[in-house]
Design a protein around this ligand. Structure first.
Ligand code: GLC
Length: 528
């Protein structure tokens, strides 16, 4: 369904595909667009509705595409614009929509805008970026820190000012106070929407505007991935209210297309009320990533609490988004489940049955774990020199494990992949395809169930009374009961016909059922 009240992403499943790691067709050790085309059938078999491609635009790869040097091109290592057109057309034949990653907070320092901006203070593009004089006593203009914990200000000798970079110094922040920057991005949006791109995942959507007075960030008592790091709360170098006007503008552009184009924000905020603001009055982003859900502990009170608070904060009709793994935060089977297969299965059940939009990360469907990438093979500059190995992002960017061969079926035999392949012998698509009790088949059944029962709408959710250590909810006509316990325990109330369970063994029957440890079941419960 694609009418305005029932857009295609309601009740849908998106699949985040880290292009460099999915499938290498040209044998250079990096995944590419042609590689994706060869494996689209896997995605339609699995039952996803759309794919979000990690950055595909030309880049110097300081941050693997998140440092864009041309917003309307394709990275030569990944393919050509024609390849992308073919991918969109081939995906459409399989009812799959294609979303790209858009990076409006910053460009690469190799972008012609920045090359010009840093050539002289009078250059045409000078004000496309955030420049400032030293503080009165010398040194950086204020206390803002970048994503590595260093000053977010880089001195530019040639023009005698600092420029701002919230991420790496090769990623200068754009100046959203300048109307010309808005004009550039309107043009970029239209360029891709006209080509049939179904929408964008918007990088650092909480960023964009910076405080006009460049005020110091306030201190933070305790670091935490949501509230702030390095002892500072990012109040002034991001999270400014002016950003909402940008999304209202883009939503208007997205709405000129049929079907409307989708704006999915990387909204890295801790408070549910602030998350809800990104939906505006149904006139900003249609979807906003929910990071408190990602960082909730894997327990009944933690997850049910985040879900309840999310739904209570959402404006009427808004569509929540659930994801548990991505290229920054790592893979949920490791974070949530300590690589215990029962917990991976339970995590998939929950992702597949919450109302709204679910986003899987490549490999979630086979329960891929984080990979311990040795220091000398790490490729992520942002976390390589880093603080804690736990935050090393390469761990979740390793090649897709298609089969049990040394290259994981990701690239040709004898080619060294850009990141090492994980334990493909233990976990791969080919073997799981042959085993109907596998995580892959469970995931496929769950997505089919989601389509049939929850597709095309944001289903009503209601938490139900549950035994200790269990989380029970009704969503649409389904009842889900999930055990987060090492002990078997009976369920609190009869739930009707059990459609599916997460254990490889037969699911317990609906009435008087006992759940095994870390087991979840879905039943169809007739309306009272
Ligand atoms: C986002 C991306 C991350 C990138 C950063 C800077 O958080 O997800 O991978 O490094 O933005 O673009």
């Amino acid at each position: 369904m694609t009418d305005a009240r029932h857009p295609w992403w309601h009740g849908a499943v998106l699949y985040q595909l880290y292009v460099r790691s999915w499938r290498d067709a040209d044998g250079d050790g990096y995944g590419d667009l042609r590689g994706i085309i060869t494996r689209l059938d896997h995605l339609s078999w699995l039952g996803v509705d759309g794919i979000w491609l990690s950055p595909t635009m030309p880049s110097r790869d300081e941050d693997w595409g998140y440092d864009v040097s041309d917003y309307t091109g394709v990275h030569p290592e990944l393919g050509t614009l024609e390849d992308l057109d073919t991918l969109i057309a081939e995906a459409a034949k399989r009812n799959l929509r294609v979303l790209l990653d858009l990076v409006p907070n910053h460009s690469s320092s190799a972008h012609p805008w920045f090359v010009d901006a840093s050539s002289s203070r009078d250059s045409e593009h000078r004000d496309y970026y955030v420049w400032a004089d030293p503080a009165p006593g010398g040194g950086p203009p204020n206390n803002w820190l970048d994503a590595t914990g260093q000053s977010a200000w880089q001195w530019d000798d040639r023009t005698g000012q600092y420029y701002l970079h919230n991420f790496l110094e090769s990623q200068p922040d754009l100046n959203w106070w300048l109307p010309a920057v808005h004009e550039e991005f309107r043009r970029i949006l239209a360029f891709w929407f006209d080509r049939g791109v179904a929408g964008f995942r918007i990088d650092v959507a909480h960023g964009l505007y910076k405080d006009a007075e460049l005020r110091d960030n306030p201190p933070l008592a305790e670091d935490n991935p949501l509230a702030g790091r390095f002892g500072l709360r990012p109040v002034y170098n991001a999270n400014r209210p002016e950003t909402h006007a940008v999304f209202r503008d883009w939503r208007e552009i997205a709405g000129r297309y049929v079907p409307p184009r989708l704006l999915l924000g990387e909204t890295w905020v801790a408070e549910f009320a602030r998350l809800a603001q990104f939906y505006g009055d149904n006139d900003e982003l249609q979807l906003a990533f929910n990071f408190p859900f990602v960082f909730a502990g894997f327990g009944a009170p933690q997850l049910s609490g985040v879900v309840a608070q999310t739904l209570a904060s959402m404006p009427a009709g808004a569509c929540p988004v659930w994801m548990a793994s991505n290229h920054d935060v790592g893979r949920f089977p490791s974070r949530w489940g300590g690589d215990d297969g029962r917990k991976t299965r339970l995590g998939l059940l929950i992702l597949a049955t919450l109302p709204g939009t679910t986003v899987l990360y490549y490999g979630d469907e086979i329960g891929m774990s984080d990979v311990d990438v040795p220091a000398d093979l790490q490729r992520d500059r942002m976390t390589r020199s880093g603080h804690s190995p736990r935050f090393n992002r390469d761990r979740a960017r390793t090649p897709m494990q298609w089969d049990s061969s040394r290259s994981g079926g990701f690239t040709a035999d004898g080619v060294t992949p850009w990141l090492p392949v994980g334990d493909g012998a233990r976990c791969n698509v080919e073997d799981q395809c042959l085993d109907k009790a596998s995580v892959l088949w469970l995931c496929r059944s769950l997505l089919a169930l989601r389509h049939a029962e929850l597709g095309g709408r944001v289903a009503r959710y209601e938490q139900l009374p549950a035994a200790d250590g269990q989380w029970a909810y009704r969503v649409g006509d389904l009842t889900v009961v999930a055990s987060f316990s090492d002990q078997p325990a009976g369920i609190a109330a009869p739930i009707g016909e059990v459609l599916l369970g997460t254990s490889a063994a037969d699911p317990p029957a609906g009435d008087s059922a006992v759940l095994r440890p870390w087991e979840g079941i879905v039943a169809r419960t007739p309306a009272p």
